[in-house]
Design a protein around this ligand. Structure first.
Ligand code: SAM
Ligand code: DTB
Ligand code: SF4
Length: 353
Protein backbone atom coordinates (compact mmCIF):
# COMPACT_ATOMS: atom_id res chain seq x y z
CA UNK A 1 0.00 0.00 0.00
CA UNK A 2 1.40 3.44 -0.86
CA UNK A 3 0.53 6.91 0.37
CA UNK A 4 -1.90 7.58 -2.40
CA UNK A 5 -4.09 4.72 -1.13
CA UNK A 6 -4.69 6.47 2.17
CA UNK A 7 -7.27 8.97 3.25
CA UNK A 8 -5.44 12.21 4.08
CA UNK A 9 -4.98 13.37 7.67
CA UNK A 10 -7.01 16.41 8.86
CA UNK A 11 -6.54 19.48 6.70
CA UNK A 12 -3.24 21.02 7.62
CA UNK A 13 -2.17 23.59 5.11
CA UNK A 14 -1.72 27.30 5.09
CA UNK A 15 -4.69 27.53 2.72
CA UNK A 16 -6.98 26.43 5.58
CA UNK A 17 -8.16 29.67 7.19
CA UNK A 18 -7.87 28.28 10.74
CA UNK A 19 -4.26 27.30 10.23
CA UNK A 20 -1.53 29.89 10.09
CA UNK A 21 2.10 29.61 9.10
CA UNK A 22 2.71 33.34 9.49
CA UNK A 23 2.99 33.57 13.28
CA UNK A 24 5.48 36.15 14.50
CA UNK A 25 7.91 35.42 17.34
CA UNK A 26 6.16 38.20 19.29
CA UNK A 27 2.80 36.44 19.00
CA UNK A 28 4.33 33.18 20.20
CA UNK A 29 5.97 34.92 23.17
CA UNK A 30 2.65 36.60 24.05
CA UNK A 31 0.91 33.24 24.19
CA UNK A 32 3.54 31.99 26.64
CA UNK A 33 2.92 35.03 28.82
CA UNK A 34 -0.84 34.58 29.14
CA UNK A 35 -2.18 33.78 32.61
CA UNK A 36 -2.10 29.98 32.92
CA UNK A 37 -5.86 29.53 33.01
CA UNK A 38 -6.39 31.78 29.99
CA UNK A 39 -3.74 29.88 28.05
CA UNK A 40 -5.26 26.50 28.88
CA UNK A 41 -8.75 27.74 28.07
CA UNK A 42 -7.63 28.89 24.62
CA UNK A 43 -5.73 25.67 24.00
CA UNK A 44 -8.77 23.58 25.02
CA UNK A 45 -11.06 25.59 22.76
CA UNK A 46 -8.74 25.08 19.77
CA UNK A 47 -8.25 21.42 20.63
CA UNK A 48 -12.00 20.78 20.65
CA UNK A 49 -12.40 22.45 17.26
CA UNK A 50 -10.03 20.01 15.62
CA UNK A 51 -9.99 16.84 17.70
CA UNK A 52 -11.94 14.61 20.03
CA UNK A 53 -10.65 15.94 23.39
CA UNK A 54 -10.96 12.49 24.97
CA UNK A 55 -8.86 10.53 22.49
CA UNK A 56 -5.12 10.04 22.23
CA UNK A 57 -3.15 8.57 19.36
CA UNK A 58 -1.04 5.60 20.47
CA UNK A 59 2.44 5.01 19.03
CA UNK A 60 5.02 2.42 20.04
CA UNK A 61 8.76 2.88 19.61
CA UNK A 62 11.47 0.39 18.75
CA UNK A 63 15.19 0.98 18.47
CA UNK A 64 16.15 -0.93 15.31
CA UNK A 65 19.85 -0.03 15.61
CA UNK A 66 21.21 0.97 18.98
CA UNK A 67 24.21 3.01 20.11
CA UNK A 68 27.64 3.80 18.60
CA UNK A 69 26.27 6.92 16.91
CA UNK A 70 28.98 9.28 15.64
CA UNK A 71 26.96 12.45 16.43
CA UNK A 72 27.47 14.48 19.60
CA UNK A 73 23.89 15.37 20.66
CA UNK A 74 24.44 16.29 24.31
CA UNK A 75 21.20 14.70 25.49
CA UNK A 76 21.65 11.34 23.83
CA UNK A 77 22.64 8.07 25.48
CA UNK A 78 23.44 6.60 22.06
CA UNK A 79 26.33 8.87 21.10
CA UNK A 80 29.63 7.01 20.95
CA UNK A 81 31.26 10.04 22.59
CA UNK A 82 29.61 9.51 25.98
CA UNK A 83 30.06 6.56 28.30
CA UNK A 84 26.50 5.63 29.17
CA UNK A 85 27.03 1.87 29.49
CA UNK A 86 24.64 1.19 26.63
CA UNK A 87 25.14 -2.05 24.73
CA UNK A 88 25.54 -1.51 21.03
CA UNK A 89 23.24 -3.47 18.72
CA UNK A 90 23.51 -3.81 14.98
CA UNK A 91 20.56 -3.24 12.66
CA UNK A 92 17.84 -5.71 13.64
CA UNK A 93 16.55 -8.51 11.53
CA UNK A 94 13.53 -7.51 9.41
CA UNK A 95 11.35 -10.32 10.76
CA UNK A 96 12.24 -9.49 14.38
CA UNK A 97 11.09 -5.90 13.78
CA UNK A 98 7.83 -7.03 12.19
CA UNK A 99 7.25 -9.40 15.14
CA UNK A 100 7.69 -6.50 17.58
CA UNK A 101 5.29 -4.39 15.54
CA UNK A 102 2.74 -7.19 15.63
CA UNK A 103 2.99 -7.25 19.44
CA UNK A 104 2.62 -3.48 19.60
CA UNK A 105 -0.43 -3.68 17.37
CA UNK A 106 -1.94 -6.33 19.60
CA UNK A 107 -1.28 -4.11 22.60
CA UNK A 108 -3.23 -1.28 20.99
CA UNK A 109 -0.70 0.85 19.11
CA UNK A 110 -1.82 2.19 15.75
CA UNK A 111 1.60 3.55 14.74
CA UNK A 112 4.98 1.82 14.95
CA UNK A 113 8.00 4.14 15.15
CA UNK A 114 11.39 2.69 14.31
CA UNK A 115 14.52 4.60 15.35
CA UNK A 116 18.15 4.09 14.38
CA UNK A 117 21.24 5.63 15.98
CA UNK A 118 22.65 6.92 12.73
CA UNK A 119 23.84 10.31 11.49
CA UNK A 120 22.18 9.18 8.25
CA UNK A 121 21.42 5.77 6.79
CA UNK A 122 24.06 4.05 4.66
CA UNK A 123 22.79 3.01 1.25
CA UNK A 124 23.67 -0.60 2.12
CA UNK A 125 21.18 -0.46 5.02
CA UNK A 126 18.31 0.74 2.88
CA UNK A 127 17.04 -2.62 1.54
CA UNK A 128 16.47 -3.93 5.07
CA UNK A 129 14.94 -0.64 6.23
CA UNK A 130 12.55 -0.61 3.26
CA UNK A 131 11.59 -4.22 3.96
CA UNK A 132 10.75 -3.20 7.54
CA UNK A 133 8.47 -0.44 6.25
CA UNK A 134 6.69 -2.85 3.95
CA UNK A 135 6.41 -5.56 6.61
CA UNK A 136 5.01 -3.27 9.32
CA UNK A 137 2.73 -1.55 6.84
CA UNK A 138 1.31 -4.93 5.81
CA UNK A 139 0.13 -5.41 9.42
CA UNK A 140 -2.23 -2.49 8.91
CA UNK A 141 -0.28 -0.11 11.15
CA UNK A 142 0.96 3.36 10.36
CA UNK A 143 4.72 3.43 10.00
CA UNK A 144 7.22 6.02 11.23
CA UNK A 145 11.00 6.02 11.04
CA UNK A 146 13.73 8.21 12.44
CA UNK A 147 17.06 7.43 10.83
CA UNK A 148 18.86 10.80 10.83
CA UNK A 149 19.52 12.94 7.78
CA UNK A 150 18.20 11.68 4.44
CA UNK A 151 19.37 12.19 0.87
CA UNK A 152 16.80 12.85 -1.85
CA UNK A 153 16.99 9.29 -3.09
CA UNK A 154 16.63 7.81 0.40
CA UNK A 155 13.56 9.96 1.05
CA UNK A 156 12.09 8.87 -2.27
CA UNK A 157 12.75 5.20 -1.55
CA UNK A 158 11.11 5.42 1.89
CA UNK A 159 8.04 7.14 0.44
CA UNK A 160 7.86 4.59 -2.32
CA UNK A 161 7.96 1.75 0.24
CA UNK A 162 4.94 3.35 1.93
CA UNK A 163 6.50 5.03 4.99
CA UNK A 164 3.78 7.23 6.48
CA UNK A 165 5.78 9.50 8.82
CA UNK A 166 9.40 10.55 9.13
CA UNK A 167 10.55 11.84 12.51
CA UNK A 168 13.33 14.40 12.52
CA UNK A 169 13.35 16.84 15.42
CA UNK A 170 14.57 20.42 15.48
CA UNK A 171 15.14 19.81 19.20
CA UNK A 172 15.40 23.48 20.31
CA UNK A 173 15.81 27.03 19.00
CA UNK A 174 18.45 27.68 16.32
CA UNK A 175 20.41 29.73 18.88
CA UNK A 176 20.47 27.12 21.65
CA UNK A 177 21.00 24.27 19.17
CA UNK A 178 24.66 25.25 18.90
CA UNK A 179 25.12 24.48 22.62
CA UNK A 180 23.69 20.99 22.19
CA UNK A 181 24.99 19.58 18.89
CA UNK A 182 28.05 20.46 16.85
CA UNK A 183 28.14 17.67 14.29
CA UNK A 184 25.25 18.89 12.13
CA UNK A 185 23.49 22.19 11.69
CA UNK A 186 19.95 23.43 12.09
CA UNK A 187 19.90 24.00 8.34
CA UNK A 188 20.84 20.36 7.77
CA UNK A 189 17.77 19.42 9.78
CA UNK A 190 15.51 21.80 7.89
CA UNK A 191 16.82 20.39 4.63
CA UNK A 192 15.93 16.82 5.63
CA UNK A 193 12.45 18.00 6.67
CA UNK A 194 12.04 19.64 3.29
CA UNK A 195 13.09 16.43 1.52
CA UNK A 196 10.61 14.39 3.55
CA UNK A 197 7.84 16.83 2.69
CA UNK A 198 8.68 17.03 -0.97
CA UNK A 199 8.27 13.26 -1.46
CA UNK A 200 4.85 13.36 0.21
CA UNK A 201 5.56 11.78 3.60
CA UNK A 202 4.04 13.17 6.76
CA UNK A 203 6.41 15.02 9.05
CA UNK A 204 6.91 14.26 12.73
CA UNK A 205 9.02 17.06 14.19
CA UNK A 206 9.34 18.53 17.65
CA UNK A 207 11.90 19.06 20.35
CA UNK A 208 13.19 18.50 23.85
CA UNK A 209 12.49 20.69 26.87
CA UNK A 210 14.54 20.78 30.06
CA UNK A 211 17.97 21.00 28.43
CA UNK A 212 18.80 24.25 30.24
CA UNK A 213 17.22 26.39 27.53
CA UNK A 214 15.42 29.66 28.27
CA UNK A 215 11.80 30.44 27.51
CA UNK A 216 12.94 32.37 24.43
CA UNK A 217 14.37 29.10 23.11
CA UNK A 218 11.04 27.37 23.60
CA UNK A 219 9.45 30.31 21.78
CA UNK A 220 12.09 29.93 19.05
CA UNK A 221 11.50 26.19 18.66
CA UNK A 222 7.71 26.52 18.41
CA UNK A 223 8.02 29.48 16.08
CA UNK A 224 10.24 27.44 13.75
CA UNK A 225 7.75 24.55 13.75
CA UNK A 226 4.66 26.71 13.33
CA UNK A 227 6.11 28.69 10.42
CA UNK A 228 7.09 25.69 8.34
CA UNK A 229 5.09 25.99 5.09
CA UNK A 230 3.02 23.00 6.23
CA UNK A 231 2.89 22.23 9.94
CA UNK A 232 4.30 18.87 11.00
CA UNK A 233 1.37 16.47 11.32
CA UNK A 234 2.96 15.18 14.50
CA UNK A 235 4.79 17.35 17.05
CA UNK A 236 6.60 15.39 19.77
CA UNK A 237 7.38 17.41 22.86
CA UNK A 238 9.99 15.49 24.84
CA UNK A 239 11.11 16.23 28.36
CA UNK A 240 14.83 15.52 28.63
CA UNK A 241 15.55 12.04 29.99
CA UNK A 242 18.70 12.73 32.01
CA UNK A 243 20.93 9.77 31.26
CA UNK A 244 24.06 9.34 33.41
CA UNK A 245 27.20 9.78 31.30
CA UNK A 246 25.66 12.36 28.94
CA UNK A 247 26.68 16.02 29.29
CA UNK A 248 23.11 16.90 30.32
CA UNK A 249 22.85 14.24 33.03
CA UNK A 250 22.82 16.80 35.84
CA UNK A 251 20.45 19.37 34.31
CA UNK A 252 18.01 20.93 36.77
CA UNK A 253 14.39 19.75 36.87
CA UNK A 254 12.20 21.25 34.17
CA UNK A 255 9.45 23.45 35.61
CA UNK A 256 6.32 21.35 35.18
CA UNK A 257 3.97 24.26 34.50
CA UNK A 258 6.32 25.69 31.90
CA UNK A 259 6.26 22.28 30.20
CA UNK A 260 2.45 22.37 30.17
CA UNK A 261 2.51 25.93 28.84
CA UNK A 262 4.72 24.82 25.96
CA UNK A 263 2.23 22.10 25.03
CA UNK A 264 -0.64 24.58 25.17
CA UNK A 265 1.19 27.06 22.93
CA UNK A 266 2.03 24.27 20.46
CA UNK A 267 -1.65 23.29 20.38
CA UNK A 268 -2.75 26.87 19.63
CA UNK A 269 -0.09 27.47 16.97
CA UNK A 270 -0.58 24.13 15.17
CA UNK A 271 -4.24 23.32 15.78
CA UNK A 272 -4.60 20.37 13.40
CA UNK A 273 -1.38 18.64 14.41
CA UNK A 274 -1.11 15.83 16.90
CA UNK A 275 1.00 17.07 19.81
CA UNK A 276 2.75 14.14 21.46
CA UNK A 277 3.57 14.01 25.14
CA UNK A 278 6.77 12.11 24.37
CA UNK A 279 9.89 11.17 26.35
CA UNK A 280 10.03 11.96 30.04
CA UNK A 281 6.61 10.60 31.07
CA UNK A 282 8.25 8.15 33.46
CA UNK A 283 9.02 11.13 35.71
CA UNK A 284 5.60 12.78 35.33
CA UNK A 285 2.79 12.46 37.86
CA UNK A 286 -0.79 11.62 36.94
CA UNK A 287 -1.69 15.26 37.56
CA UNK A 288 1.00 16.40 35.14
CA UNK A 289 -0.28 13.99 32.49
CA UNK A 290 -3.82 15.30 33.04
CA UNK A 291 -2.67 18.91 32.63
CA UNK A 292 -0.72 18.06 29.49
CA UNK A 293 -3.80 16.39 27.94
CA UNK A 294 -5.90 19.36 29.01
CA UNK A 295 -3.39 21.66 27.31
CA UNK A 296 -3.88 19.78 24.04
CA UNK A 297 -1.47 16.83 24.00
CA UNK A 298 -3.19 14.03 22.10
CA UNK A 299 -0.60 11.39 21.41
CA UNK A 300 1.72 9.27 23.55
CA UNK A 301 4.38 6.61 23.23
CA UNK A 302 2.92 3.44 24.71
CA UNK A 303 5.00 0.50 25.92
CA UNK A 304 7.53 0.21 28.71
CA UNK A 305 10.51 1.31 26.64
CA UNK A 306 11.23 4.37 24.49
CA UNK A 307 14.37 3.75 22.41
CA UNK A 308 16.84 2.92 25.17
CA UNK A 309 15.22 4.39 28.30
CA UNK A 310 12.13 3.56 30.34
CA UNK A 311 8.56 4.62 29.62
CA UNK A 312 5.61 3.99 31.97
CA UNK A 313 4.42 0.38 32.23
CA UNK A 314 1.46 -0.35 30.01
CA UNK A 315 -0.85 -1.07 32.91
CA UNK A 316 -0.03 2.24 34.54
CA UNK A 317 -0.96 4.07 31.33
CA UNK A 318 -4.14 2.04 30.91
CA UNK A 319 -5.22 2.91 34.43
CA UNK A 320 -4.47 6.57 33.96
CA UNK A 321 -6.32 6.79 30.65
CA UNK A 322 -9.27 5.02 32.25
CA UNK A 323 -9.28 7.46 35.17
CA UNK A 324 -9.31 10.35 32.72
CA UNK A 325 -11.92 8.80 30.43
CA UNK A 326 -9.50 8.96 27.52
CA UNK A 327 -9.67 6.34 24.76
CA UNK A 328 -7.19 5.38 22.07
CA UNK A 329 -7.79 7.26 18.86
CA UNK A 330 -9.01 4.78 16.25
CA UNK A 331 -6.97 4.38 13.10
CA UNK A 332 -9.06 5.67 10.24
CA UNK A 333 -6.47 5.64 7.50
CA UNK A 334 -6.71 1.95 6.73
CA UNK A 335 -9.41 -0.18 5.26
CA UNK A 336 -8.56 -3.10 7.57
CA UNK A 337 -9.64 -2.30 11.14
CA UNK A 338 -7.15 -3.00 13.90
CA UNK A 339 -8.09 -5.28 16.74
CA UNK A 340 -6.26 -3.84 19.74
CA UNK A 341 -5.88 -5.50 23.09
CA UNK A 342 -9.31 -5.65 24.73
CA UNK A 343 -7.67 -4.44 27.96
CA UNK A 344 -7.78 -0.98 26.40
CA UNK A 345 -11.49 -1.06 26.26
CA UNK A 346 -11.90 -2.74 29.65
CA UNK A 347 -9.61 -0.17 31.14
CA UNK A 348 -11.37 2.78 29.57
CA UNK A 349 -14.70 1.76 31.03
CA UNK A 350 -15.67 4.18 33.80
CA UNK A 351 -15.67 1.33 36.30
CA UNK A 352 -12.18 0.05 35.59
CA UNK A 353 -10.10 2.30 37.83
N1 SAM B 1 19.64 9.35 15.12
C1 SAM B 1 18.47 9.93 14.58
C2 SAM B 1 18.41 11.41 14.79
O1 SAM B 1 18.93 11.91 15.79
O2 SAM B 1 17.84 12.10 13.94
C3 SAM B 1 17.21 9.28 15.11
C4 SAM B 1 17.13 8.82 16.54
S1 SAM B 1 17.23 10.08 17.79
C5 SAM B 1 17.45 9.14 19.25
C6 SAM B 1 15.56 10.71 17.84
C7 SAM B 1 15.26 11.81 18.79
O3 SAM B 1 15.17 11.33 20.12
C8 SAM B 1 16.21 12.97 18.91
O4 SAM B 1 16.09 13.89 17.88
C9 SAM B 1 15.80 13.59 20.23
O5 SAM B 1 14.85 14.60 20.01
C10 SAM B 1 15.19 12.42 20.99
N2 SAM B 1 16.00 12.09 22.18
C11 SAM B 1 17.17 11.43 22.20
N3 SAM B 1 17.64 11.31 23.45
C12 SAM B 1 16.74 11.91 24.26
C13 SAM B 1 16.68 12.12 25.67
N4 SAM B 1 17.66 11.72 26.48
N5 SAM B 1 15.61 12.76 26.18
C14 SAM B 1 14.63 13.19 25.34
N6 SAM B 1 14.64 13.01 24.01
C15 SAM B 1 15.69 12.39 23.47
C1 DTB C 1 10.91 11.68 19.70
O1 DTB C 1 10.67 12.90 19.58
N1 DTB C 1 11.13 11.06 20.84
C2 DTB C 1 11.41 9.67 20.64
C3 DTB C 1 11.21 9.50 19.12
N2 DTB C 1 10.96 10.84 18.68
C4 DTB C 1 12.22 8.85 18.31
C5 DTB C 1 12.72 9.24 21.17
C6 DTB C 1 12.88 9.52 22.65
C7 DTB C 1 14.19 8.92 23.07
C8 DTB C 1 14.41 9.04 24.55
C9 DTB C 1 15.72 8.50 24.96
C10 DTB C 1 15.89 7.03 24.70
O2 DTB C 1 15.01 6.21 25.04
O3 DTB C 1 16.96 6.65 24.18
FE1 SF4 D 1 22.87 9.93 17.21
FE2 SF4 D 1 20.30 10.57 16.98
FE3 SF4 D 1 21.44 10.24 19.40
FE4 SF4 D 1 22.09 12.37 17.97
S1 SF4 D 1 20.06 11.88 18.78
S2 SF4 D 1 23.54 11.00 19.06
S3 SF4 D 1 22.04 11.52 15.90
S4 SF4 D 1 21.12 8.69 17.87
Amino acid sequence: MTHSDRTPAPANTSSNPGIRSDWTPGEVAELFELPFNDLLFRAQAVHRQYFDPNAVQISTLLSIKTGACPEDCAYCPQSTRFDTGLSVEELMDVQAVVDQAQQARQAGATRFCMGAAWRSPKDRDMPAVLAMVRGVSALGMETCMTLGMLSDSQAEALAEAGLDYYNHNLDTSPEYYREIISTRTYDDRLQTLERVRSVGMKVCCGGILGMGEQRMDRVGLLWQLATLPTHPESVPINQLVRVPGTPLADEADMDALEFVRTIAVARILMPASHVRLSAGREEMSEEMHALAFMAGANSIFYGDKLLTTANPEENRDLQLLAKLGISPEPLTLRSAPLDPDPRFYDASSPHAA
